[in-house]
Ligand binder design. Structure first.
Ligand code: C2E
Ligand code: MG
Ligand code: MG
Ligand code: MG
Length: 275
């Protein structure tokens, strides 16, 4: 217990210096159109380049950052850096795509969240339609508080995406009540869709439902050719996963843009399912 507490204090201290000394970096994972293989967007995923420990993944520091409120400056840094990146890509002539950032529950209780985001968009001169916010169902429990915030973000023109769909409890309720543009089918369903009939039915049903509701759908964690073909056959528009690319630093990602199109040509079935 004592050990755990002192570890937390130490980590908190190190997180503070990490911000000051620029030890965070955003990696980007492409979101691919499963019809054409074109990259439609990217998801920004934070990495910590620790001086002694090397790369630390978000699972090992985001929870502490949330407990200590350091997630607020870190979260703001993420949004600003992601917007600067999309600007840099636009200026380099890369066709415009949507940048998705993950939001933490704590950020929804920051009184000036919407204003901060608006300011970042203005400073970086990014059209709000190029920004997407990913939230999980567990963050939406407090409907009275969260709904107005999402409505404001939506009004600005920012897209709202429901992450890890299916993993939580009351998904359908959130779909009905919140202004959601996209859902991301949780990796655990995608990875079993070719192995387990029940799972396959769930994935098919989620995809069919999104078409009926006019919501975009994206499958997370596609790792195999079989999963890709299953999703294409069931008209899933978008996918993300190691089959196409793991999250990469921006300079490496631009180099593989064209290769991803080849993955669809090589592994997938030729079919126009993009919208
Ligand atoms: P997430 O938003 O659901 O992100 C997807 C995670 O799945 C990423 O892990 C990604 O690297 C991983 N992934 C993608 N494709 C595959 C695949 O084909 N197979 C497998 N096994 N994994 C795949 P990562 O980067 O470690 O991030 C984990 C979680 O940490 C994220 O889950 C998100 O909840 C959180 N996170 C990441 N960056 C941020 C951030 O900037 N702010 C906040 N608040 N949370 C973040
Ligand atoms: Mg996400
Ligand atoms: Mg996810
Ligand atoms: Mg997750």
């Amino acid at each position: 217990m004592n050990n755990k507490a002192s570890y937390k204090v130490e980590l908190e201290k190190q997180l503070k210096t990490a911000l000051q000394e620029n030890e965070f970096k955003l990696f980007y994972q492409p979101k691919v159109d499963l019809g054409t293989g074109k990259i439609k967007g990217v998801e920004a995923l934070i990495r910590w380049f620790h001086k002694e420990k090397g790369i630390i993944h978000p699972i090992d520091f985001i929870p502490i950052a949330e407990e200590t409120d350091l997630i607020l400056p870190i979260g703001e840094w993420v949004i600003r850096t992601a917007c600067e990146q999309i600007k840099a890509w636009q200026e380099a002539g890369i066709p415009s795509m949507i940048m998705a950032v993950n939001l933490s529950a704590r950020q929804l209780y920051q009184p000036n969240l919407v204003e901060n985001i608006r300011k970042i968009l203005m400073d970086t001169q990014i059209d709000p339609k190029h920004l997407e916010i990913e939230l999980t169902e567990s963050m939406m429990m407090d409907v009275d508080h969260v709904l107005p915030i999402l409505q404001q973000l939506k009004q600005i023109g920012i897209k709202i995406s429901l992450d890890d769909f299916g993993k939580g409890y009351s998904s359908l309720y959130f779909l009905k009540e919140f202004p959601i543009d996209k859902i991301k089918i949780d990796r655990s369903f995608v990875q079993k869709c070719t192995k387990d009939a029940k799972n396959a039915t769930i994935v098919k049903t989620i995809i069919a439902m999104t078409h009926q509701l006019n919501i975009e759908v994206i499958a997370e964690g596609i790792e195999t050719k079989e999963q890709l073909i299953f999703l294409q056959q069931n008209l899933c528009n978008r996918g993300q996963g190691f089959l196409f690319s793991k999250p990469l630093p921006p300079e490496e990602l631009v180099e593989i843009f064209h290769e991803i199109e080849q993955v669809i040509k090589r592994e997938g079935i030729e079919r126009e399912i993009s919208n």
